[in-house]
Design a protein. Structure first.
Lengths: 296, 273
């Protein structure tokens, strides 16, 4: 693999130097250099191998992209911008995209918080009573099976503003996975743990907050992470349809103007934002479930 | 204390899913008695304890605690389970503090913490208050569970095979610890119902052993254990009196198991043809 990387490095830099392509020259030097530094810093052999592999794939992708787009007769330059053009645009558009990001994350944050705030207490109460559980099951089965995307046009027509509509749609997308997994989490709390809680004679409130909630937490977090994925899906879908700002709107807007370089930039930026939010979620999840690592 | 029993089971029966697990059990337990309940597996000894705890309700008959019928779990009874009874997401101190919030609402937060630490120290876990149950060995977890039950200050302690999952040496040490704590109670000793399947454990700890028979569970024998107190594993297990009692209990258990096998065979013959 290392040999492949070296061959690529030479090919890319040679091609770049020949064509006075400073971007490719920088990429051809920068990626292997970063990979080399990280390999030197990594302790484990598997980790080192992984870093080299990732660098090779990234390098190959960039090389292919560069070679196919730099020759302007091979691919339509309107549809396939060069990596250099994308990178330049990325920095030029960063301010606008950050503005869009805040608009999107605001909608997402409100709607997602709303769905957690309704689904978790609801799931804890419904999950702790077999009667409520049986009553809720047919509804949650049917309603959670409807893809929330189909609500979008109706919600936009029904609700006074686009913001309200998209918050409703995101809420309904994130609500069901969290609700269903909260119920499952409560049902799966070991019976001995519940018995021991009963023997402590805890009050209803304490029992829900100190036993049911932490007991169901692993399952709740699984549902919440699925809900987050759904939220992003619905957020961008809603923005594609009816927004006047935000990340989804950014992509849609420039594709209407056939400015596909900005479309690609927007897609890459959305990928970065979602990856960052998911990573933050994973960290929080790991912190909440820290006690599980202690098990001998 | 007067002569009325602290715990009284009156003609207690329990059926679950059409099968009778306990039939016509009557038993009186005076305050400060240490009673072991032994029997072959499937005799319903854990069910009996759950009926006293209020986690289960009898099909007929009644359980009286302090003269009043049991309608559910109460703060006058604390329970130690075989395992997995501490909340794994809270450290040992918080586990006990949570129990005290309901049992001792008069105390401040700092006082509850102090009591938690005191009881942890009593079971030999002085510096483990901040440890999560998952960070402790099985034996230490059981000590913490015992500390929690003791901290609740209930006059009655129900123990459902608390040392059943421990290795022999850990179990012996825990038995000595429990004896020490119980005997230190003086005239305010707790009333203990201790379920076990281990004859030696029953004899080392208890002042009276109830042997449960099977099919359905019933009181097969009620054996007083007159071994001298204060007792410890060391000063009891080697005596001739201990050996005689052990022979007798093993005999009772053996005949209970034999009857269980006979009954199972009869059932098979009956349904086989």
């Amino acid at each position: 693999m290392k040999i492949l990387l070296v061959i690529e490095l030479i090919a890319l830099t040679a091609a770049a130097a020949w064509k006075h392509d400073w971007f490719a020259l920088a990429a051809g030097v920068l990626i292997p250099a970063v990979a080399l530094v990280r390999v030197l810093l990594a302790w484990k052999k598997e980790r080192r191998t992984a870093i080299v592999d990732v660098a090779v794939v990234l390098e190959s992708f960039l090389l292919l992209w560069q070679l196919t787009t730099s020759n302007r007769t091979l691919l339509d330059p309107v549809l396939f911008p060069t990596p250099e053009a994308v990178l330049r645009l990325f920095f030029r558009e960063l301010k606008d995209m950050l503005h869009g990001m805040f608009s999107s994350l605001y909608l997402l944050g409100v709607a997602y918080a709303l769905s957690l705030a309704t689904a978790i207490p609801g799931g804890l109460v419904v999950g702790s009573s077999p009667r409520l559980r049986n009553a809720a099951e047919p509804f949650s089965k049917v309603l959670s099976a409807i893809p929330p995307i189909v609500y979008i046009p109706y919600a936009i027509a029904l609700l006074p503003s686009f913001k309200a509509a998209s918050i409703f749609v995101i809420w309904s997308g994130a609500f069901w996975p969290v609700f269903v997994s909260t119920i499952a989490g409560v049902v799966n709390i070991p019976e001995t743990l519940l018995d021991s809680a009963r023997m402590l004679h805890l009050g209803k409130r304490t029992f829900i907050l100190r036993v049911l909630l932490p007991g169901a937490m692993p399952s709740i977090l699984t549902g919440a992470s699925l809900g987050l994925v759904f939220s992003f899906l619905l957020l961008t879908a809603a923005e594609l349809i009816g927004a006047t700002e935000g990340l989804g709107w950014y992509v849609k807007n420039f594709s209407d103007f056939a400015d596909y370089a900005r479309v690609v930039v927007g897609i890459i930026f959305i990928g970065i934002v979602i990856t960052a939010v998911s990573a933050a979620f994973k960290r929080i999840e790991k912190r909440i479930l820290r006690y599980k690592e202690a098990v001998q | 204390m007067n002569d009325t029993p602290l715990i009284e089971l009156r003609d207690l029966s329990f059926s679950h899913a059409g099968e009778q697990t306990l039939a016509h059990i009557s038993l009186s337990v005076a305050a400060s008695e240490f009673i072991a309940i032994i029997g072959p597996s499937g005799c319903g000894k854990s069910t009996l304890l759950r009926l006293v705890s209020g986690l289960l309700m009898p099909s007929s008959g009644e359980v009286l605690v302090g003269g009043k019928p049991v309608t559910g779990p109460g703060l006058d009874r604390a329970m130690v389970f075989q395992d997995y009874s501490l909340f794994p997401w809270s450290n040992c101190q918080d586990n006990i503090v949570l129990a005290l919030e309901q049992a001792r609402p008069d105390l401040s937060r700092a006082e509850r913490r102090q009591i938690a630490d005191d009881y942890l120290a009593m079971v030999g876990l002085a510096n483990c208050g901040r440890k999560l149950p998952g960070e402790l060995s099985g034996g230490m977890r059981q000590r913490a569970a015992i500390a929690r039950a003791l901290a609740m200050n209930s006059p009655i302690l129900l123990m459902d095979e608390p040392f059943g999952a421990l290795d022999a040496i850990t179990r012996a040490r825990q038995q000595d610890m429990l004896l020490e704590i119980w005997q230190a109670g003086g005239s305010l000793k707790k009333t203990v119902l201790f379920v076990t399947h281990d004859v030696d454990e029953a004899l080392i700890l208890a002042g009276r052993v109830i042997v449960l028979g099977v099919c359905p569970g019933h009181v097969a024998a009620d054996v007083p254990v007159d071994l001298p107190r204060p007792r410890s594993r060391g000063n009891s297990i080697a005596s001739s009196q201990f050996r005689e009692l052990r022979e007798r209990l093993l005999h009772e258990l053996d005949s209970a198991v034999a009857r269980q096998l006979e009954a199972a065979q009869e059932n098979q013959e009956g349904s086989g043809i």
